[in-house]
Design a protein around this ligand. Structure first.
Ligand code: NAP
Length: 257
């Protein structure tokens, strides 16, 4: 069966957090669907970014490295300008950069709270704002924000009120921007992954927890970054032309219990 509406050939995509985990796999997945990709991450992620660029080259597409901290609006603006000057008009953006951290609410420091909001929520807003300026100019674009099922549920046994709140913010930011830009050519959607096996939840302190997460997931396993490629390509593509302001849960059924 031919599925031309999923084809991203001739489009350029920007992916933040592209040096690791989900962002890396999504950057490669968008390239496999035909896009040229700007791969953005922090300076310390250069080795991961080099691997991403290599894999995109193997997929036969162009890729560039963009070093920026999403908490710095000037760096985000400069990265998007570099993307357009080197790859062409920005049509797809996947805002995936994020952090996780745990602390009991009553013991949480101001710095822990502010850092979480700054990267996971303000960083996504800075990216959406800069991306929209280019996409509004072109009259077309698809923005996909990576939220979390933690936007919808509070995770049993994890003390992360700041993370959950930041992700609920991303989900509503997405709806709000989608409605603001609906008549101006930009679609904005979010994807809310369940537990996905990436460096974010792979340290030794996570081992017993991730065994439990797999048990508690109706599909009986953690997700992998591969599980997020199809949903992302769908939302990026013309196949999702009438989807905006939606949150797509990709969680193995977790939130249905
Ligand atoms: P990951 O492997 O740690 O990837 C996140 C990437 O974002 C890393 O390369 C990280 O760099 C980068 N980053 C962090 N702060 C940044 C900043 N200020 N500016 C630019 N880049 C920054 O984690 P992941 O699991 O792939 O997570 C990707 C996204 O999915 C996150 O938004 C996360 O909240 C979300 N998510 C993950 C899961 C899961 O179970 N893994 C579930 C739901 C949602 P450093 O590593 O150097 O900080």
């Amino acid at each position: 069966m031919s599925t031309p509406r999923f084809d991203l050939t001739g489009r350029t995509a920007l992916v933040t957090g592209a040096g690791s985990g989900i962002g890396q796999r999504l950057a490669v997945g968008l390239a496999e669907a035909g896009a040229d990709v700007g791969c953005l991450d922090l300076e310390r992620q250069r080795p991961g970014l080099a691997e991403t660029i290599d894999r995109i080259g193997t997929a036969g597409r162009r890729a560039i490295t963009l070093i920026a901290d999403v908490t710095d609006a000037d760096q985000v603006d400069a990265a998007i300008e570099a993307h357009e000057s080197q790859l062409g008009p920005l049509r797809i953006a996947v805002n995936c950069a994020g952090i996780n951290h745990s602390a009991r609410a009553e013991e949480m420091t101001d710095a822990d709270w502010q850092r979480m909001m700054s990267v996971n929520l303000t960083g996504v807003f800075y990216c959406c704002r800069a991306e929209s300026r280019r996409m509004l100019h072109h009259g077309a674009g698809s923005i996909i924000n990576i939220a979390s099922m933690s936007a919808t549920i509070a995770n049993r046994g994890l003390w992360q009120v700041h993370y959950n709140t930041s992700k609920a913010g991303v989900k509503h930011l997405t709806t709000s921007l989608a409605l603001e830009w609906a008549l101006r050519g930009i679609r904005v959607n979010s994807i809310s992954p369940g537990y996905i096996a990436t460096p974010m939840i792979s340290g030794p302190e996570w081992k017993t927890k991730t065994d439990r997460f797999a048990d508690e997931t109706p599909m009986g396993r953690l997700g992998t970054p591969d599980d997020l490629v199809g949903p992302t390509v769908f939302l990026a593509s013309d196949a999702a032309a009438y989807c905006t302001g939606t949150d797509l849960l990709v969680d193995g059924g977790f939130t249905g219990w």
